[in-house]
Design a protein around this ligand. Structure first.
Ligand code: FMN
Length: 325
């Protein structure tokens, strides 16, 4: 067993969090991770309305008695989602942990804190982590350059980003991005984190409510098979390479700095349900991390978390002891 500031803060058995994932973080996913001793997270905005989120939260309560959280992503969009409505559903649903991401959650901190909700903000730089600390977040998830999804624009990998975060932060943080096994959990702890957050690794599990083609694509991918899109738009995203992504990259090359989001709408808008639910893999861009190269099986969430913990404890208790003279 590993007891850390993160297991204490969220009242979970293991310091392992499943980050919010669009069209993956449904009740089944969050409940499977939480029941296995980690912290599962429902992705708020995948639910089209606050009422739909309320239903998803209630379904998750039926599936697990363990704590779980909800992700609220503040990303640049054409239409601002009904964030107050979603927060209302979160509060009324008895949720005590919210993972925020994208922009700073500052505007909503007081309403979340008044409802006794712990906020973990996911960010990609030390300066954003410090801002999160300043506005009262309880913890941060530090997402390195390796991560699936939006790594930001600084391109600092976790081997440097995590110890830099440890130098500056007072609140606890988890390491996020590129992580999928027990060795990496121990490395994250050594670099100053109090736990890990995983996205891509949790998609390749039995319970992940996505099409088998998605799991197979991750299984078949190596660490060389992701690429970055939308860099010219300063909305960089790490995605799995496919023919839809090739089209985006060709347009980025042709249009250079003049590119607008409208130019790539066909390959980025409405893609997630087609990929995750229908298994149409080449239709466009979907987030995937470099950790795909380390994913070789599709276990249950319980088997995955147990294996990570077993391997981590073996390294700490046996390997490290044998090294220390
Ligand atoms: C398919 C997919 C969808 C994601 N969607 C979201 C999202 O909607 N909101 C969010 O905050 N993070 C999202 N993420 C990021 C994850 O929560 C997590 O930070 C990231 O996957 C960590 O990197 P890893 O994939 O290397 O583990 C997504 C990641 C993936 C792989």
């Amino acid at each position: 067993m590993l007891k850390t500031k993160i297991t204490n803060l969220f009242d979970i058995k293991h310091p392992i969090i499943q980050g919010g994932m669009h069209y993956v973080g449904f009740a089944e996913m969050a409940a499977a991770v939480s029941s296995a001793g980690g912290l599962g997270i429902i992705t708020g905005l995948t639910q089209k309305t606050p009422d739909a989120l309320a239903n998803e939260i209630s379904k998750c309560h039926d599936l697990t008695k363990k704590p779980f959280g909800v992700n609220l992503t503040f990303l640049p969009g054409f239409v601002e989602p009904d964030y107050p409505g979603y927060i209302d559903a979160i509060i009324k649903g008895g949720i005590k942990i919210v993972e925020t991401a994208g922009r700073s959650p500052e505007k909503y901190m007081s309403v979340l804190k008044d409802a006794d909700i712990k906020v973990i903000h996911k960010c990609t730089s030390v300066r954003h982590a410090l801002k999160a600390e300043k506005i009262g977040c309880d913890a941060v998830s530090v997402d390195g350059f390796e991560c699936g999804g939006h790594p930001g624009e600084d391109d600092i990998p976790n081997m440097v980003l995590l110890p830099r975060a440890a130098e500056e932060l007072k609140i606890p943080f988890v390491a996020s991005g590129g992580i999928g096994n027990g060795k990496q959990l121990v490395a994250a702890l050594a670099l100053g984190a109090d736990g890990i957050n995983m996205g891509t690794r949790f998609i390749a599990t039995k319970e992940a409510p996505v099409h088998q083609n998605v799991k197979d694509a991750i299984l078949n991918a190596s660490e060389l098979d992701t690429t970055l899109i939308m860099r010219p738009l300063r909305n960089t995203e790490r995605v799995l390479k496919n023919t839809g992504v090739d089209k985006i990259l060709a347009k980025e090359k042709a249009l250079g700095d003049k590119i607008k989001i409208q130019d790539i709408m066909d390959e980025v808008a409405g893609v997630y349900p087609k990929v995750m639910q229908e298994g149409t893999m080449d239709v466009g861009a979907w987030s995937c991390g470099m950790v795909a190269g380390l994913i070789h099986d599709i276990p249950t969430c319980q088997e995955l978390i147990d294996q990570i913990m077993f391997d981590a404890m073996e390294i700490i208790n046996i390997r490290f002891k044998s090294l220390s003279q």
